[in-house]
Design a protein around this ligand. Structure first.
Ligand code: BES
Ligand code: ZN
Length: 653
């Protein structure tokens, strides 16, 4: 099911309920916003338009080619301590400064290697923090050293890390730690050129307590001894947002000879069963778009506080346990994260303005994998759910956010992007091209695109150029340049968009209608065959509010309240709150405390804060849940509550 991770912030902000606000801030007085320096001679307007506004780095002057990390994981102080050594490529002959991104890092020392091999201290300045971008770290490198090393300590509140007490894990014995670097949180655990336009190889030497296994987005060894001392190598060049680390009581179970699952011992079997189709998904994608280039593909199942559904860390997808529902109905998440091995990790957007190059392509490929493995009925249902979300979101959002390629200055924070645009409109555009050209042309075209730009970071303009030359010009008369440009640069959904019909959803619509109009609940024989997607559609199509007796009747028949299925809970609880169905309060509180995945819980918080009694439940629940929430989730919830409180007239009845 294509989901709306970004919408969580956006819609909430627009309904005056929230906003992913850690970031809505004014820069500190003496922190210079990133700007092209005169020396960079960025007089080419195209290059200027493509520059990454969310990084202080100046990759036109000097670039990180390789990163060597030396880190000690300390659960007691909730810190990573160590150093990052960069191998640099000095591109501009006049450059003698290395500018890095950082957030809440204590920088202890910076040294550079002289030509004679001696390491000497380098002067550095850490600017005051900007709430969105963090602190610019400027290092003077008068000798333009090939290697520079920064020694640092992370803060216990690092936005890109979560530290969990043993009590917050399944096993309750070992603490857990994991990173989430996208979009701009890598800088909170490694000082870096934190922009997807810079790619580097990396190695890491990580030490930690003996009872914790450490894994990274690198060459994890399923047979590695758990000895508190681990070494990693990522020989392919990746952007910073794909740097990842996790530590905890983790064990491995293979799915095939190149795929497997890492999870806490009590979860690993269930996870491997749910994700058993992973190898088939890999083979399907390889047939369409060429070889899988990252050797292993493993999935790490995180605790339920993981703030996203999945994260495509190369060789080691991070996944929420909330998709393990026992019937494989939510494994499109694996299809999605696996698809990023082509769209995103291999061919990467060069800034957040081009988010659709990652997420739109990936949602398209995800849908193809789901169709190949589970049939067109299922991929169509998932498409319809996404497009309904898009229709709702496009009613409220700024038209500027509805373009696939965003103009500079549109996003103050990268998390403000509209996921309906980036994911669903992006995928829909590719479905439009597929329909016009036919799969016999479009599939090889896409494969060629992945090969052509492999291991590069590109802006949308490069895709447009490539598509014009390899699709439009080679197969004239099918799609005009104006049509292409309308999809990419225009707001809304062009009239040329192909529609999707779902007979299975038509049956759900009919069943819902029979109930809302005549009170006849759908037959058990019918609902017994319903998948998660059908239940989601059943609830989503309900009127804005229902009578309490109606909600009770649904609960008596289907037990929505207390459901272990997060996708259903995500839709049911907001409806319950809007309808004043207080019987669900306890289950809502339990759900909000257990789950930290923003997409699942933010809609319920968003509804709760609209009334004084709901706001109280939201605040009480949040107070209990907060110690277990990820910093990204905490920031989102705090923003919703703060916004509701600052607009008391909205909360008052
Ligand atoms: N790369 C994203 C996660 C992400 C995007 C994190 C932007 C931070 C900023 C990942 O591939 C993704 O899209 N995850 C989805 C799952 C998916 C099935 C649509 C999610 O987490 O909901
Ligand atoms: Zn994605």
């Amino acid at each position: 099911m294509r989901s709306s991770i970004l919408t969580v912030c956006l819609v909430a902000a627009l309904t005056a309920a929230a906003g992913c606000s850690r970031d809505a801030a004014t820069p500190a007085a003496d922190s210079t916003p990133p700007a092209a320096t005169p020396e960079a001679k960025v007089n080419d307007t195209a290059a200027a338009a493509d520059r990454d506004e969310h990084s202080y780095a100046q990759p036109d002057l000097v670039r990180i080619d390789d990163l060597a990390l030396q880190l000690a994981v300390d659960f007691a102080s909730k810190t990573l301590t160590g150093s990052a050594t960069y191998t640099l490529d000095w591109a501009d002959p006049k450059a003698n400064q290395l500018v890095l991104d950082s957030r809440d890092l204590k920088i202890e020392k910076v040294v550079g290697e002289r030509a004679d091999g001696k390491w000497v201290d380098l002067k550095f300045a850490l600017a005051d923090a900007d709430k969105t971008l963090g602190s610019k770290l400027t290092i003077d490198v008068p000798e333009r050293s090939k290697r520079v090393r920064v020694s640092y300590v992370t803060s216990p509140g690092a936005s890109g890390l979560q530290w969990l007490e043993p009590s917050m894990t399944e096993g309750k014995k070992t603490p857990f730690m994991f990173s989430q670097s996208q979009q701009i949180h890598a800088r909170s655990w490694v000082p870096l050129q934190d922009t997807p336009s810079v790619r580097f190889t990396y190695t890491a030497h990580v030490t930690g307590p003996k009872d914790a296994m450490v894994l990274m987005s690198a060459d994890n060894d399923p047979k590695a001894a758990r000895d508190g001392d681990y070494s990693f190598k990522m020989p392919q060049k990746i952007p910073s947002y794909l740097l990842a680390i996790a530590a905890g009581d983790l064990v491995f179970q293979p799915i095939s000879n190149r795929a497997g699952v890492w999870a806490e011992p009590s979860m690993v079997k269930k996870a491997a069963t749910e994700f058993a189709d992973t190898e088939k998904m890999m083979e399907t994608t390889e047939q369409l778009y060429g070889p899988y280039r990252w050797e292993r593909y493993d999935i790490l199942v995180l605790p339920p506080s993981f703030p996203y559904g999945g994260m495509e860390n190369p060789r080691l997808t991070f996944a929420t346990p909330t998709v393990i529902v026992g019937d494989k109905s939510l494994v499109s998440l694996v299809a999605h994260e696996l698809a990023h091995s082509w769209s995103g990790n291999l061919v990467t957007f060069s800034s957040s303005k081009d988010g659709w190059l990652n997420e739109g392509f990936t949602s398209y490929v995800e849908n193809r994998i789901v169709e190949a493995l589970y049939g067109k009925e299922r991929s169509d249902m998932e498409n319809v759910i996404g497009r309904n979300e898009l229709a709702a979101e496009f009613k409220t959002i700024d038209p500027k956010l509805q373009a696939l390629a965003l103009k500079p200055g549109t996003l103050k924070d990268p998390d403000e992007a509209s996921s309906a645009t980036v994911y669903t409109k992006g995928a829909w555009f590719l479905q439009f091209l597929e329909q016009r050209y036919g799969r016999e042309v479009f599939d090889p075209f896409l494969r060629g695109y992945f090969d052509h730009f492999a291991f590069q970071s590109i802006p949308t303009t490069k895709f447009v150029e490539y598509a014009k030359a390899n699709l439009l010009a080679k197969h004239p008369g099918k799609v005009s340049e104006a049509e292409l440009e309308e999809w990419i640069y225009g707001p809304g959904i062009p009239k040329t968009a192909p529609a999707t019909q779902s007979p299975r959803f038509d049956a759900v619509d009919a069943a819902r209608k029979a109930w809302t109009e005549a009170g006849t609940l759908p037959d058990k024989a019918l609902t017994a065959k319903w998948s998660t997607q059908e239940w989601v559609h059943f609830i989503e199509g309900m009127p804005e509010t229902l009578k309490v007796e109606q909600l009770s009747a649904l609960d008596a028949a289907y037990r929505f309240t207390g459901t272990p299925n997060g996708e259903i809970a995500q839709r049911w609880y907001p409806l319950a709150v809007r309808s004043g169905y207080r019987q669900a309060d306890q289950a809502i509180a339990a759900f909000l405390q257990k789950i930290g995945r923003r997409k699942l819980i933010m809609p319920t918080y968003g509804e709760l804060v609209k009334t004084p009694e709901g706001l109280k439940l939201a605040e009480d629940t949040f107070a209990k849940a907060k110690p277990g929430y990820h910093p990204i989730t905490t920031a989102s919830v705090e923003a919703v509550i703060a916004k509701a409180k600052s607009a008391p007239q909205a909360a008052a009845k």
